[in-house]
Design a protein around this ligand. Structure first.
Ligand code: GDP
Ligand code: IMO
Ligand code: MG
Length: 427
């Protein structure tokens, strides 16, 4: 297998974890390179369901190193909970390694995220309230804490003398939240140091050098349309889920990346606020939500559902650097008489037609989807394992999608289980 990045091509929850877990069979190391416990990743293997947030979905394989890279943000309490839940499922963490350069989500980040969301009125993003935005804001403002700070009292103490007076002013005067004493933060950090100790990889440079000629799988979280630069800003997350993000957050440069697999549902979902041109607010949307079990892994919120949108997918292929597509959840349409694909947007103010993605989200409220309708296949796909065995109408649907998005479809997923996958060999 080539070195591969797995990314979401829509607004997250495309089934990245299933694809990562599948490809992990042939990888020597998996690197999670951005995001935090806002991610909710589900793997179904041998009839068991595993839920991941921070821990790479490749951890189920004994031989694979799982590295949480510098571009991530880690909330210690959530990490501990995830670790304990997975340990109870019999998962083994001997291969888990964390970059000392990863950022820490502190309790005040979560409090600020919660406060901002509940006071933003119409400007609400609908975040996961996991402190992601405030942690990345502090990182870029150069007032964040990193895992390595936990292991040097002198560095931590000096940093806190700089950070805390400022942070406390903001907490008290801007948000009306409680201030933190230095003693309180130091005592928390001592706990965090113990928690992370078995996993922190201080010799990560040696590790990455040793694995340069091995097979690396880069695991993305969220999706291209939630990217802080290219997504539906400001209704985005605060990191870079595009393929290029792997070269920033992993510790390896772009030369290490041979393939970018963009995972896309056969329809579209979105959690939280923000524009969604092909959204269905009728019974068809409800039907997709029900059959696809579209409820968030992290927050339990119902996911908004809509028809496949080739305008955003074409955009995701470009800015995400996608070389191959994994089309998931196509089985959700098994009972549908017809299936629609959004091929363009029309601005209802002036009838202007967009076939390329309009990045100014302010105008999205004026956009209407233009659809092409395809006949359904009205039979179950869940036990099909070969492309040739798919019904003609399913093949036509796949060919249409491929034609519209400008990237080959290499993987088709017909169910949540590892086994329920069709690999298309020509790509
Ligand atoms: P991720 O965040 O991209 O890893 O995706 P999530 O795990 O949040 O959501 C995808 C959901 O769809 C999970 O419950 C998966 O088990 C499930 N899933 C993945 N692929 C398929 C598929 O092809 N068909 C069906 N029916 N479910 C799938
Ligand atoms: P996975 O990896 C779906 C969404 C939130 C919100 C926006 C910002 O499972 O695909 P944040 O908490 O990141 O500041 O929220 O991004 N969001 C996700 N939606 N899947 C995810 O992760 C998401 N992570 C964040 O719902 O709209
Ligand atoms: Mg998810």
């Amino acid at each position: 297998m080539k070195n591969t990045v797995v990314i979401g091509a829509q607004w997250g929850d495309e089934g990245k974890a299933k694809i990562t877990d599948l490809l992990a069979q042939n990888a020597d190391m998996i690197i999670r390179y951005q995001g935090g416990c806002n991610a909710g990743h589900t793997v179904v293997a041998d009839g068991k369901t595993y839920k991941f947030h921070m821990i790479p979905s490749g951890i189920l394989y004994d031989k694979t190193i799982c590295f949480i890279g510098a571009g991530t943000v880690i909330h210690p309490e959530s990490f501990e909970k995830e670790l304990n839940e997975l340990k109870a499922e019999g998962v083994n963490f001997k291969n888990l390694k964390i970059s000392p350069l990863a950022s820490i989500t502190m309790p005040y980040h979560i409090e600020i995220d919660g406060y901002t969301e509940s006071h933003a009125g119409k400007g609400k993003i609908g975040t996961t309230k996991k402190g992601i935005g405030p942690t990345y804001s502090d990182k870029y403002a150069r007032i964040g804490l990193k895992i390595q700070d936990l292991y040097s009292y002198e560095a931590l103490s000096e940093k806190l003398d700089m950070i805390l007076p400022l942070k406390n002013k903001v907490l008290k005067n801007v948000y009306g939240l409680e201030e933190y004493t230095k003693e309180c933060i130091i005592s928390l950090c001592e706990k965090y140091a113990e928690l992370f100790k078995p996993y922190v990889c201080f010799d990560w440079q040696d590790l990455l050098n040793r694995y340069k000629d091995r097979t690396i799988l880069f695991e993305g979280a969220q999706g291209v349309m939630l990217d802080v630069d290219y997504g539906t800003y400001p209704f985005v997350t605060s990191s870079s889920p595009i393929g290029g993000g792997a070269a920033v957050g992993s510790g390896y440069g772009p030369y290490m990346i041979n393939e970018v697999v963009g995972v896309s549902k056969a329809y579209v979902t979105r959690v939280g606020e923000g524009p969604f041109v092909s959204e269905l607010t009728d019974e068809t949307g409800e039907k997709i939500q029900k059959i696809g079990r579209e409820f968030g892994v992290t927050t339990g919120r119902p996911r908004r559902c809509g028809w496949f949108d080739s305008v955003i997918m074409k955009y995701a292929v470009l800015v995400g650097g996608i070389t191959k597509v994994a089309l998931t959840k196509i089985d959700v349409f098994d009972t549908f008489d017809e299936i629609k694909i959004c091929t363009a947007y029309k601005d209802c103010r002036n009838d202007r037609v967009y076939t390329s993605y309009p990045t100014d989200v302010f105008i999205h409220k004026y956009l209407e989807p233009i659809y092409e309708t395809m006949p359904g296949w009205k039979t179950s796909l869940s036990s099909i394992r070969k492309y040739e065995d798919l019904p003609e109408n399913a093949k036509k649907y796949i060919a249409k999608v491929e034609d519209l998005i400008g990237a080959p479809i290499g993987i088709i997923s017909v169910g949540p289980d590892r086994e329920q996958t069709i690999f298309i060999e020509s790509t």
